[in-house]
Design a protein around this ligand. Structure first.
Ligand SMILES: [Zn+2]
Length: 575
């Protein structure tokens, strides 16, 4: 980080803000009164008059004595940070002025608030804007709209309770009115776009449909979306062909915003899927963000070198490519994801009808069992959530063990759960290598994502048995992959959680600690910070994170949460 060069003792008031390097509208430019105070203060200091002459409560908040990490990967430097009007107003080895609120960060790390580049918090934030599981990890901005799914246009199921708006502009306004505890940026879900224009069927889009989809993407970008996402293992997004994806990603190119993809395959066809992702971004001329990169299934673990090789080759060829990953060796998805994509063509009813046809049902069974074998059997399938109240006993159990307890065939148990919950069954699959995870997190093109939702240990979002990543991701990277496994350094980890993802989605006024930027700050004790959420007991908050500021508001301090959120919608800088 760059701290002012003059020692604080010589000029206690030199910590007053300099104009924002970004020239934003509330940049913290000193007012005339502050300028006078600064000048007088400097003169007094020179004359040997003690600094008590300075104006009190010069800052809204001063965080003192932490090791300040700027987010750019440089080593931390001991210092104080002063916050005023939602912005970082001063950074200095010692700030003499008082803050209305003082936070002691002695012995702790001060870092830019974490930015979660692949979040599903847009699902639950409406139910509980406190987003406790998010803010308590030190996350201050989530990037929603992932895996091809956009809330602003919404699936019909989400259309109630004001969750669906006609446009991204209206949706951002609804987020602002909600006062969530964290900031929300959003990508355009290309699966939702396809569902809206083409419908649920597996067919190529016509030229006029492509035109209408491109118009939706273009409009959403103008409204402030920060990229476009695809979910090519999900319907109807999976029905998009390469040329359609290229056409829909092309509007991103001019803004240098990413095409983010949950690829068509993450196990046996991983390398083909990477090739397809590279072809989309290359064809569109836009940056590529591979979402939650993984090599699923033990037999695919040795393919990581080939996966990196393809990505690095694309980078050398000039493609702006990066990827993200959550720090767990199990993934979470819908239980239907174990079933072949073709069997889900046309939606829930079509899927259930296929199961009623014996010949088709047999084919579905064979292909599904192949996928289950790939991840190591039914005991590697954890049932995260069901919709049907009668099946609550299955939540939190391994499907294999649950079937044994019922004396039933696990495939039949899976089908029964799906039928009774109208396919709304969530699963966690244990299928990844931790050594590969170390390497993915440590790779220079890798960054951290949660891929998780927003929950709380109390209230309406305490439901089912979600993947612990929604409550533990960022502290877990700091604890397990920095401190214990030493896969990456603290500086690298912070960079991958802040400035790197911010730059990726065009957010220029946060993601770093620098004077003039938005005061999104996390304070944590690097020696003890850790996640506590587990697959069995997910609703547990991390420890070791002592303070979180969002837009200068103290969202969390010593375990106490501020009641009303200070987060708002976030758009990429105009480019
Ligand atoms: Zn995904």
């Amino acid at each position: 980080m760059t701290l002012p060069t003059k020692p604080a003792a010589d000029s206690p008031n030199e910590t007053v803000a300099s104009p924002s390097p970004l020239g934003s509208d509330d940049s913290g430019t000193p007012t005339r009164r502050e300028a006078v105070v600064r000048t007088v203060g400097t003169l007094l200091a020179v004359a040997g008059v003690p600094a008590v002459w300075t104006r009190r409560d010069d800052f809204d908040v001063v965080i003192r004595g932490g090791v300040v990490h700027d987010g750019l990967g440089s080593p931390g430097v001991r210092g104080d940070v002063g916050v005023r009007a939602g912005r970082i107003a001063a950074m200095s080895p010692r700030i003499a002025e008082r803050g209305r609120q003082e936070i002691d960060a002695t012995g702790q790390v001060m870092a830019p608030g974490f930015i979660d580049i692949h979040s599903h918090g847009d699902g639950n934030v409406w139910d509980d804007p406190r987003a406790e599981s998010v803010v308590r990890q030190g996350i201050t901005t989530i990037v929603a709209g992932q895996d091809g799914s956009s809330r602003p246009w919404g699936a019909t199921a989400a259309a109630s309770a004001g969750r669906e708006s006609g446009s991204f502009a209206a949706w951002f306004a609804a987020i602002d009115a909600l006062h969530p505890s964290v900031n929300v940026a959003a990508m355009i879900g290309l699966g939702t776009v396809r569902g809206k224009v083409v419908g649920e069927d597996d067919r190529a889009a016509t030229a006029s449909e492509v035109e209408r989809m491109v118009a939706l993407v273009t409009r959403a970008l103008a409204d402030g979306a920060c990229g476009a996402s695809s979910g090519l293992e999900y319907t109807p997004g999976a029905f998009a062909r390469l040329d359609e994806l290229v056409a829909l990603a092309r509007p991103l190119a001019g803004r240098r915003l990413p095409y983010a993809t949950h690829m068509r395959n993450e196990d046996d066809q991983l390398l083909d899927a990477i090739d397809e992702s590279i072809a989309v971004a290359t064809g569109a001329g836009c940056p590529l963000q591979i979402s939650h990169l993984k090599t699923q299934g033990p037999r695919n673990w040795p393919r990581l070198d080939d996966a990196f090789g393809r990505i690095e080759q694309a980078k050398r060829s000039g493609l702006d490519v990066a990827f993200d990953r959550y720090p767990y060796t199990a993934y979470q998805t819908g239980l239907t994801n174990l079933f072949p994509v073709w069997s889900r063509d046309g939606g829930t009813q079509a899927f259930l009808r296929r199961l009623d046809d014996p010949a088709t049902a047999a084919r579905i069974r064979t292909e599904t069992l192949g996928k289950v074998e790939l991840i190591g059997g039914w005991d590697n399938v954890h049932i995260a959530s069901v919709r049907a109240a009668d099946d609550r006993a299955a939540e939190g159990k391994r499907l294999g063990a649950y079937a044994r307890s019922l004396g039933m065939d696990p495939y039949e148990v899976a089908l029964g759960l799906l039928r009774r919950s109208a396919l709304n069954v969530g699963m966690v699959g244990f299928a990844m290598s931790e050594d590969n995870l170390d390497r993915i997190l440590a790779h220079p093109l890798g960054m951290v994502c949660s891929d998780g939702g927003a929950f709380a240990a109390d209230g309406p979002t305490r439901r089912g048995s979600p993947h612990p990543r929604g409550l533990g991701t960022f502290p877990r990277v700091l604890a397990r992959y920095v401190r214990e496994r030493r896969a990456l350094t603290l500086e690298q980890a912070i960079h991958k959680m802040s400035a790197y993802p911010a730059a990726r989605v065009g957010i220029t006024d946060r993601g770093r600690l620098a004077v003039g930027l938005a005061a999104d700050i996390v304070v944590f004790d690097a020696a003890i910070v850790r996640d506590t959420a587990t697959y069995e007991q997910p609703f547990q908050y991390p420890v070791g994170i002592s303070a979180v500021l969002v837009n200068g508001g103290v969202a969390l301090h010593e375990g106490v949460r501020r009641p009303e959120g200070t987060g708002h919608s976030v758009r990429p800088a105009a480019g």
